[in-house]
Write a protein that binds this ligand. Structure first.
Ligand code: FW2
Length: 289
């Protein structure tokens, strides 16, 4: 099976802690509606602000529901990073992924290579690089990625040429782009997309997979533009916050809220956002058929 649509799954919080039951139900729902796999503890999953124990909780809960999970284990404490690799070794999952130790800006390339080598040596699962230069301040380019034993890369960049360069220079790699705005084109020219919008329009992504494989270019573009409008609207309120409201509204069940330092929307903002989303929801549902 090809894993073309991977959802960087949000982490629902309630009462200041991850709500693992809601998370499991959400993962089940989006997989049932056409998402191929989930990427846990990424950016949308607020991975960088979860504690070690919370990440273990997320891993255990999701892997109780599905083996279609790539667990993002990156962090600044190597013992915890490797501890998470060991936890993953005990679970039946697709792979582990990591961003680089992002806080330290002048690490030599050889140290970044060693970071991924240490992970790969310990991991019993395939390893993926999570490249997100806008978030981490580091670009793990194809030259670096070719030096580490990884099977793929999730490149969160709005520069498609950058993602394609991995394919050209390291053809054996699975390459996913992580920008919602490049989801359609990633289905056509890369191995797939890791799109946060798959949290709230999983059926639309399922229709997009079908349209990509049958070259229904116009339909695919219309779907992409609907996603763009939703994400752009969400960004006005802070996307990592508003994705909880967008997902609850589109999916028809609550997924809690974020946890500070990612603050929830004010009630008035939420009402305004939902009013602005009504027409887009109808459009997305129509196109998901
Ligand atoms: C993640 C993703 C998607 C993000 C993107 C950032 O882990 O959340 O990288 O939404 O704007 O892959």
């Amino acid at each position: 099976m090809a894993y073309e649509v991977i959802a960087p799954v949000l982490t629902p919080f309630s009462g200041g802690a991850p709500d693992l039951e809601v998370m499991k139900a959400h993962v089940r729902a989006i997989l049932d509606q056409g998402v191929d796999a989930v990427f846990a503890c990424g950016t949308t999953g607020l991975g960088p602000s979860l504690t070690f124990q919370e990440k273990i909780g997320v891993l255990r809960s999701i892997s109780d529901v599905t083996d279609k999970v790539i667990m993002q284990i990156g962090g600044l404490n190597m013992d915890e990073v490797l501890g998470l690799v060991k936890e993953c070794n005990d679970r039946d999952i697709m792979g582990v992924a990591s961003f680089p130790p992002y806080y330290y800006q002048r690490l030599p390339e050889s140290h970044l290579v060693r970071y991924f080598q240490n992970i790969a040596e310990l991991s019993e699962h395939p390893v993926y690089v999570y490249n997100y230069p806008a978030g981490t301040g580091k670009d793990l380019d194809p030259g670096l990625v070719s030096k580490v034993p990884v099977v793929g890369v999730k490149d969160t960049s709005e520069n498609l040429a950058h993602s394609m360069e991995y394919k050209r220079k390291v053809p054996s790699l699975k390459v996913y782009n992580g920008s919602d705005f490049l989801a359609a084109i990633s289905l056509l020219v890369l191995d797939g997309t890791v799109a946060s919008a798959a949290n709230f329009v999983p059926k639309l992504f399922s229709a997009m997979k079908r349209d990509a494989s049958s070259a229904q270019r116009a339909r695919l573009l219309r779907a992409q533009f609907a996603i763009d409008e939703i994400v752009e609207l969400g960004r006005k309120y802070g996307y990592l916050s508003s994705i909880y409201d967008i997902t609850s509204y589109f999916m028809g069940y609550g997924v809690g809220g974020p946890r500070p330092p990612i603050f929830p929307l004010e009630e008035s903002e939420r009402e305004q956002l939902l009013r602005q989303l009504a027409e887009l929801k109808e459009r997305a549902e129509e196109m998901s058929k």
